[in-house]
Structure formats: C-alpha cells, structure tokens
Design a protein around this ligand. Structure first.
Ligand SMILES: NC(=O)c1ccc[n+]([C@@H]2O[C@H](COP(=O)([O-])OP(=O)(O)OC[C@H]3O[C@@H](n4cnc5c(N)ncnc54)[C@H](OP(=O)(O)O)[C@@H]3O)[C@@H](O)[C@H]2O)c1
Ligand SMILES: *[C@@H]1O[C@H](CO)[C@@H](O)[C@H](O)[C@H]1NC(C)=O
Ligand SMILES: *[C@@H]1O[C@H](CO)[C@@H](O)[C@H](O)[C@H]1NC(C)=O
Length: 341
C-alpha cells in the first residue's frame, strides 16, 4: 500500500524528470561535448563563408575558422577595411590558406546574387555563417539581460551610441525606406544569398556534412517595444532555418545540408559597446562558443552558455512580466537619452 507521502514523492520525482533532463543536456552541450567542427573540413580545399566579417562577431569567427584550417570567403562592405582584416588574418599563421572576399551593402536593394558568388562557384563551401545584420545601432540584447537580472535598470547606453539610433520611433514614425533597409539587412540578404549558394552546398555535401548558420538574437524572443522590425527579421531567420532544414532533410533529401539558428545575447562588438562581463562575452570569446557548438545537431542553439541561461530565465518569468519590465527598461533608456541630449 502506497502512502500519500510516498505517492507525492513519486509524483515529485516524475515531475522533476524534465528539469533533470534539461540540466544534464545543458552540462553535456556546454561542458562535455567534444567539438565536431572538424567534420566540415572535408573535400579538397574546404571553404567557410562568413558575412559581416570585417568586425565584431563575424571577424572573430573568421579568425577562429582560419586557425582551424578553413579557407575563407569573407563578406563586407568596405574594401579598405576588408584588406586590413585579411592582412591581420594572414599575420596569424604562415599556413597556406586561401582568403577571398566579396563586397555588398546588405541594406541595399538590387544585388545580383548570382554575380556576387560567381567567383566562388567552383569552391567546396562546407560552412556558412550568415552574421551580417543589426538593429541600426540599438542594442536590444541588453534588454534581455535586464529582464533576466530582475530588471535592474542599467542605462548602459552611451549618448553617442544613442544619437543615431532613433529607437524611440514608433512604426508609423519610421520612413518606409528604413524598414526596407532593416529587413534586407537582417532577413533578405541571408535568404537570397542562401538561395544562390544551395546548389553548390549540395554538391559539397556529397562528400561530407555542410552547415548553414544564421545569427539570430535573444531580443527576437522578447520583441521589445520600439524594436518590432528587428525582432521580426530575426524571427524570420528562425522560421527559415526550420523550413530549409526540413526541405533538405526530409523532403528532397537528406542532401547533407543542414541549418541552424544561433540565439545570441549581448556580445561586445564594434556596434555593441557594453562592457565585457560574464553575460556579455567579447566577440573573440563568443566566436569560440560558436565554433564549439557548430554541428551539435540542434536547429536552434545559444552558442554561449550564459545566454542559454538568460533564455531559460526569461521563459520562466513568463511573457507578461518580461514584456512589462522590458517596456519599463526601454522607458528608462529613452529618458536617459532625452536627459543627456
Ligand atoms: N553584438 C551583440 O550584442 C549581438 C547580439 C545579438 C545578435 N547580434 C547579431 O550579430 C551579428 C553581428 O553583430 P556584431 O555586434 O558583431 O556587429 P558589428 O561588430 O557591428 O559588425 C558587423 C559586421 O557586419 C558588417 N556590416 C554591417 N552592416 C553592413 C551592411 N549594410 N552591409 C555589409 N556589411 C555590413 C560590418 O562591416 P563594417 O566593418 O564595414 O562596419 C561588420 O563587418 C548581427 O547580425 C547582429 O544582429 C549581435
Ligand atoms: C571539392 O572536393 C572534391 C572531393 O574531395 C574534389 O574532388 C574537388 O576537386 C574539390 N573541388 C575544388 C574546386 O577544390
Ligand atoms: C572604410 O574602412 C577604413 C579603414 O578601416 C576607414 O578608414 C573608412 O572610414 C571606412 N569607410 C567607410 C565609408 O566607412
């Protein structure tokens, strides 16, 4: 005969199983799982393509890939800066690694994507990181941390950074062109580039795995007020990841081309000046996390462990609380801006 206490104890154990599973899974993913990045170094002369590779996360990730022995196709918009970055990379090692580049302003319309990748058409590309994008200067991921840490209002933005943001604008106060630019920058550029790359990615996948990773944002999960376009553009990438992965895995395939959405929290970079901390890694540290999680087999992953914890906390708090306090935080930031201007 089972007593009430025993029954409750059993119930407790059963109910805590999912949490236990998540904990074990977390420890596995961030502390135990050996890197599988080398599986993408197959075929003759494998290439990694990184967009937005002249600064921040993109540049640091390109450097990691270079050190691992990938040949590189870098994307940027400023040729002088690109040359400098390539010189810096070449100075890292004397290894015989090929570095090529392409230039295109991702916010602009009318690119001929076929032409853009024409010079790389025959190369064995095995890894793509769609990193280009942004929120026009605002750092919405900061809001995620605030929500996480019990909404301590820390106006972390400097006035200079806030100057060109205009994040106090409502949708109806935004020019149509601004919206087009933001969506092209974050969503359409990676989509259209993927479209022209797919045939050659499938070709590379004939002799080993190929992965395409989209750089997303934790801010997309909470859609802060005044930032719905940025959030929606990143969510677009998440839906795209699942759909394209389904295409390649279950419908036409498996073709060997896989897709992943990277859930990114605050990272110190050229456009995100938040001081590095446990929750805000430097771009270099974050790049190592991207490399470590690449090929983990998940369609959505937060490369950096602390960002994964933020995600769990935000989920646990519930939408009502998160939305309320994020809005409050946003007001503090805007007031801070107004005062110092
Ligand atoms: N940092 C964060 O806290 C954070 C958090 C979540 C998600 N993310 C995402 O991570 C990605 C990289 O962000 P980041 O912070 O590393 O940015 P970053 O330091 O500003 O670097 C952005 C890179 O993209 C290039 N780029 C910017 N606009 C471009 C355009 N219109 N056309 C072509 N290239 C362009 C930049 O070129 P130049 O060198 O010429 O400027 C630079 O190489 C973005 O998609 C962002 O949304 C960042
Ligand atoms: C791509 O890899 C395959 C398999 O190793 C090889 O046969 C082919 O020559 C490579 N292509 C290029 C351009 O290196
Ligand atoms: C291009 O990069 C160079 C070198 O970093 C910089 O001096 C220049 O201002 C940049 N040009 C533009 C248009 O941003």
């Amino acid at each position: 005969m089972v007593t009430l206490v025993e029954a409750l104890a059993i119930l407790g154990v059963v109910l805590s199983l999912p949490y236990l599973y998540h904990l074990v899974d977390f420890i596995w993913l961030y502390f135990l799982r050996p890197t599988t990045i080398h599986q993408y170094l197959h075929g003759a002369a494998p290439y990694a393509l990184v967009t937005g590779a002249t600064d921040g996360i993109g540049k640091a990730t390109a450097a990691e890939l270079y050190d691992l022995g990938f040949n590189l196709i870098l994307h940027g918009r400023n040729e002088t800066k690109m040359q400098k970055v390539i010189d810096e990379l070449r100075a890292r090692a004397k290894r015989d690694i090929d570095i090529r580049y392409m230039l295109a302003d991702a916010t602009k319309a009318g690119h001929n994507f076929d032409k853009l990748i024409e010079p790389f058409k025959d190369l064995n590309i095995t890894l793509v990181i769609h990193n280009v994008g942004g929120s026009n200067g605002v750092q919405p991921e900061r809001l995620v941390s605030s929500a996480t840490y019990c909404f301590v209002a820390v106006p972390a933005f400097t006035c200079r950074q806030l100057m060109h943001i205009g994040f106090y604008y409502r949708l109806d106060d935004r020019p149509e062109e601004y919206i087009h630019n933001l969506v092209r920058w974050n969503a359409l550029f990676p989509l259209l580039l993927t479209r022209v790359l797919l045939p050659q990615l499938r070709r590379s996948a004939k002799h080993g795995p190929v992965i395409v990773q989209f750089v997303g944002s934790l801010a997309a999960d909470i859609s802060p007020p005044r930032l719905p376009i940025y959030a929606a553009s990143k969510r677009f990438l998440e839906a795209l990841t699942r759909g394209l992965d389904n295409d390649e895995l279950f419908f036409d395939g498996p073709t060997g081309v896989r897709f992943t959405y990277l859930a990114v929290g605050p990272v110190n970079s050229a456009s995100m000046h938040q001081k590095p901390s446990l929750n805000t890694p430097t771009s270099e540290r974050f790049a190592k996390a991207i490399i470590a999680r690449t090929g983990c087999g998940r369609r959505r992953v937060a490369p950096y462990a602390m960002h994964a914890i933020s995600q769990v906390v935000v989920e646990a708090l519930g939408q009502r609380a998160v939305d309320y306090y994020t809005a409050e935080e946003m007001k503090v930031l805007i007031k801070h801006y107004a005062k110092s201007n």
